[in-house]
Design a protein around this ligand. Structure first.
Ligand code: AMP
Ligand code: GLY
Length: 419
């Protein structure tokens, strides 16, 4: 075992595999634990079977094993108060308090922050009453953007094309308590390419990561149902340096300052889901954590020590080193179980060819009889680097064919907007 710091990573998907992978490259890190992890992660970390929302058990583990630093992947753990609870126990943790995580967990809170601190976003109005919401939606042009105010596992946004669709969605959100007691934010419909801008945030200090673009629809041509993300790449040729500078100064940094002023400073990742509209760059959503699958194409580019930046954010200090990023192009394709994002079978055996020349991040896999089997909707991500996005894409499309499984599908057009 390598000498050095003991780190606990909370979560189980491809994002956590990429975090664990980056930590494994740190000269300071000795041992990595991941709760609960997955089969791929277990090659780099010791997986501990504790649920990511079981804050008491995670805290007990961190105290018993004298963990030096805990890094939180999913928002559900932040919403469960993991950072508050760890800090109260004197444990170092990279992740926002429950109050700061509202930037993701409450759409209304996020919209109010944007309005108060003059951060560009779509116009909006909030409703708790079904009839009022419906009357408002019907008084405006379609499509209507309806957002459930709370965590809904990525399924809380409906773009209703007509009155009937809006009525059904509002009924789900406000009457039938499908997601629980609710509020709905009705937003202006914006158009333009979307991109993800993730930053490490330590109070008012914002450390940007390279931009990435996710592909949310299940099938080629951006067709089919919305998913957790079917692939991602970086850099983004349609975003200029001026765009990036604007987004950093006018969106990410202003938000970080606003959160400090509100008494709930950010101490983790701020993810800006942004859109380049005709009227400039606007916020579509904020997340309070690393994006998935963006993290799988961003963290492999990090050339400096990730433990250093995680520690600085956890301690509220300056990082020792400046963050350095590779200028390579990178592209990743997600392999998902047939049927995803609807119902799908698990347990299909996966064979990876020995000459595979790509990074693999596991999203939902298990070991069975010494080989990997599918254990989730999104199963693995195949990630390749090259000099250009086009080359990275060609390489990833070739390498993905070296993963054999009867029950997986993937998109072949990841990165089409970079052509
Ligand atoms: P969200 O969960 O807020 O990221 O929304 C999911 C998806 O809905 C986004 O990635 C966008 O494609 C779309 N969307 C959300 N808000 C808007 C908006 N105001 N205008 C157009 N599309 C939107
Ligand atoms: N890729 C979108 C998300 O992580 O929410």
């Amino acid at each position: 075992m390598k000498e050095g710091k003991k780190v606990l990573v909370v979560g189980s998907g491809g994002r956590c595999h990429a975090i664990v992978d980056a930590l494994s490259r740190s000269p300071q890190v000795g041992q990595i634990f991941c709760a609960p992890g997955n089969a791929g992660i277990s090659e780099l970390a010791e997986c501990v079977s504790i649920k990511d929302t079981d804050v008491e058990a995670l805290k007990g583990f961190a105290l018993t094993y004298k963990i030096d630093l805990t890094v939180v992947g999913p928002e559900v753990a932040l919403a469960a108060g993991i950072a508050d609870s760890f800090r109260a126990a004197g444990l170092r943790i990279f992740g926002h308090t429950r109050s700061a995580a509202r930037i993701e967990t409450s759409k209304e809170f996020a919209k109010d922050i944007m309005a108060k601190y003059d951060i560009p976003t779509a116009g909006y109005k909030s409703f708790t009453d079904y009839a009022e919401a419906l009357a408002f939606v019907n008084s405006r042009p379609f499509p209507a953007v309806l957002k459930y105010d709370g965590l809904a596992a990525g399924k809380g946004v409906v773009i209703a094309q007509d009155a009937a669709e809006a009525e059904a969605a509002l009924r789900d959100m406000l009457c039938d308590a499908k997601f629980g007691e609710g509020k709905v934010v009705v937003e202006d419909y914006l158009e333009g390419p979307e991109f993800s801008f993730m930053c490490f945030v330590n109070g008012e200090n914002v450390y940007p990561m390279p931009l990435a673009q996710d592909h949310k629809r299940a099938f080629d041509g951006d067709k089919g149902p919305n998913t957790g993300g079917m692939g991602a790449y970086s850099p983004l040729p349609f975003i200029t340096d001026e765009d990036t500078e604007f987004a950093l100064k006018e969106i990410l940094e202003k938000t970080a300052k606003g959160m400090v002023a509100e008494g709930c400073p950010l101490t983790g990742v701020l993810y800006g889901g942004l859109m380049k509209t005709r009227d400039g760059i606007k916020v579509i959503e904020f997340n309070a954590r690393f994006g998935d699958p963006e993290t799988e194409v961003v963290l492999p580019l990090l050339e400096s020590d990730i433990y250093d930046i995680f520690s600085a954010v956890a301690d509220g200090t300056e990082p020792q080193q400046e963050l350095k990023w590779s200028k390579e192009a990178i592209l990743g394709i997600v392999l998902a179980s047939k049927g995803y994002p609807g119902s799908y079978e698990k347990g299909a055996s996966i064979r990876i060819s020995e000459d595979l020349d790509a990074m693999i991040y596991h999203m939902g896999t298990k070991y069975n009889d010494g080989h990997f089997v599918t254990a989730g909707g999104r199963v693995m991500m195949v990630v390749c680097t090259a000099d250009t996005v086009a080359e990275a894409r060609a390489k990833a499309n070739k390498e993905v064919g070296k993963i054999k499984c009867d029950n997986l599908f993937h998109r072949t057009d990841i990165g089409w907007q970079a052509k």
